[in-house]
Design a protein around this ligand. Structure first.
Ligand code: NA7
Length: 537
């Protein structure tokens, strides 16, 4: 390690969510390095520090949306619900931070405003909002993929007399909806989670929907003591399974196409999956994301469910997705979302048919007229994957701005490094499987790979690593091929493609080749002496 008293750190890690915490633990406690985390929030949690909106919980099940690296940790921790609420995840990450004594190396309330590579020194210079500059050999971003809030520029927002909130920047104190007229914009995973909870409390809820969405019941429930004990006893096998699948889940589709069965058999399987609930529905057959005909059967099954749940046929029709295939946009799961539209105090506004024109002092004006509101909730998503990275204003060699390097869309090698940016590692960066997987599995793989890479460099007396532009070129090609082998890029309005942010280049960002395959490729790269990277002393 670099000497402590030189004021130079071995590594600066940006972000104290799952990724930042584990990266700090790995570098500091396994390699004995001098690492520091810079975190904008006042506590640990990362994305989960900010996402506190009503109904916020994880769509992955708690027992596998967690760290696997410490057997002691997974034995000590008890999850209470099938899907953890936002505060339970924060409590878990607090527990992790305490258990591994991580806080002493985390600088909270510290926002990075610029990071520049000093070629002469071979060091990163990282500037913070408070005016501090820190220096380190390595810079590791652990900023999450869905952490840069997207508040659409709707004229008149500043004139609104009520309160407005973005779900990903929710206030720490509860928002009281009692007796209020609430407008909610957006029907992605977040809007679909928040809708039933807000409707319970508000005098009236108006949901502004741009794209109708497929959603499957989550079937959330408490985890019993017996289940907890069983999971703990089985953890080794559960984790191994999670690492071996496409999405990092400890379950996989059977080796059966939806087209292999009769309609009756197929419907029986969908019905069972619908009852079981959650992301497991997507794993009913092995070709839902690759075969249009198969996908149509799943899409049609959900459409029929929506029509059967929602009593008003006109509302049901508006809620029925028509312009994309099931799961080609990130599939939400819900707790009584469609049922909520049967309530007297809930209205659905289709903003494709009647676009939002402006926000007025008293509400939202669509083409059809003004909707009077006391509170507006923006469930309008994120500048996904690239947003949080570009916000750091990263400058590589020759003052090359990441924003320039990625002007036509993100380009990385393995989602981990960018040509022209030596010693910068991006955990769950664009080009990695990240958002298409159960995040902790992807994060642990990345962190362990980066840690080993840095350790190998140290042992070989190397101080610098950078992705070779040719390797970036072929990885970008491979990421495109992997996406095109699925139906995913066909959903034109998907944030996977950057389509939700006006002016953002349309590039399919995550690696769709699967988590297990990705991990094998990364391993192969190491075995071939870090093929595709240029390393030097
Ligand atoms: P998403 O999935 O990006 O959903 C955002 C929603 O907001 C979606 O329905 C958008 O419609 C809608 N939206 C965005 N901008 C506008 C404007 N300007 N007008 C009307 N409607 C708009 O974000 P979430 O927070 O729900 O979920 C993000 C991830 O968090 C999720 O995938 C999980 O991984 C957890 P669109 O579909 O673009 O037409």
């Amino acid at each position: 390690p670099v000497a402590q008293d030189s004021g130079i750190l071995d590594a600066i890690i940006v972000g104290a969510g799952f990724a930042g915490l584990y990266q700090l633990h790995s570098l500091r406690d396994k390699l004995g390095m001098n690492a520091r985390v810079l975190e904008a929030g006042e506590g640990v949690g990362g994305t989960w520090y900010w996402n506190r909106y009503p109904g916020a919980r994880c769509d992955s099940e708690s027992y596998y949306y967690s760290f696997s690296f410490s057997d002691e940790l997974q034995k000590e921790w008890d999850w209470t619900e099938r899907y953890p609420k936002h505060f339970e995840i924060r409590r878990y990450l607090d527990f992790v931070a305490d258990k591994f004594d991580l806080r002493r190396d985390i600088q909270f309330s510290t926002r990075v405003t610029r990071a520049a590579f000093d070629e002469a020194e071979g060091l990163w210079q990282v500037a913070t909002e408070a005016g501090e500059t820190l220096r380190s050999r390595f810079l590791i971003t652990a900023v999450g993929c869905l952490s840069s809030a997207n508040v659409p520029r709707i004229p008149g927002l500043e004139s609104f007399k009520g309160q407005w909130y973005h779900t990903g920047r929710w206030p720490h104190e509860d928002v009281d909806f009692t007796g209020k007229r609430v407008g909610l914009i957006g029907t992605g995973s977040t809007g679909i989670q928040a809708t039933p909870v807000i409707a319970e409390a508000a005098a009236h809820l108006t949901v502004f929907q741009r794209t109708a969405n497929y959603s499957v019941p989550a079937r959330n429930c408490a985890v019993s003591l017996e289940e907890r004990q069983q999971i703990k006893a089985d953890y080794a096998a559960i984790r191994e399974m999670a690492r071996s699948t496409m999405n990092g889940y400890p379950f996989a589709p059977p080796p059966v196409s939806a087209m292999d069965l009769t309609e009756e058999e197929r419907l029986a399987r969908y019905e069972a999956a619908w009852e079981r609930g959650g992301m497991r529905f997507r794993a009913t057959f092995n070709d839902i994301l690759t075969n249009k005909e198969s996908n149509n059967t799943a899409s049609e099954f959900i459409r029929a469910k929506i029509r059967s749940i929602v009593k008003d046929p006109e509302v049901a029709e508006k809620l029925t997705p028509k312009d994309h295939h099931f799961a080609t946009k990130r599939p939400p799961i819900d707790s009584h979302y469609f049922e909520t539209f049967n309530r007297d105090n809930v209205t659905l506004v289709d903003v494709k048919a009647s676009p939002i024109l402006e926000i007025t002092p008293d509400g939202i004006r669509t083409q059809d007229g003004e909707h009077k509101l006391d509170i507006i909730v923006f469930a309008t998503g994120f500048d996904a994957m690239t947003g949080p990275l570009l916000a750091l204003d990263i400058r590589g060699r020759d003052d090359l701005a990441l924003k320039e390097a990625w002007a036509a869309g993100p380009r990385s090698y393995l989602g981990l490094q960018v040509a022209g940016f030596p010693n910068l590692f991006t955990i769950t960066g664009p080009g990695s499987p990240s958002v298409l997987t159960n995040m902790p599995v992807a994060i642990e793989q990345h962190v362990e790979w980066i840690t080993r890479c840095i350790d190998d460099m140290r042992q070989q007396g190397l101080r610098r690593i950078e992705a070779d532009p040719a390797a970036v070129e072929s990885w970008v090609t491979h990421v495109n091929e992997a996406a095109n082998a699925t139906l995913l890029p066909q959903a034109e309005s998907s944030w996977y493609l950057g389509a939700n942010i006006p002016g953002k280049p349309r590039v399919f960002m995550p690696y769709a080749g699967g988590m297990a395959r990705y991990a094998r490729i990364c391993e192969d790269v190491v075995q071939k002496g870090y093929e595709g990277f240029v390393r030097s002393a």
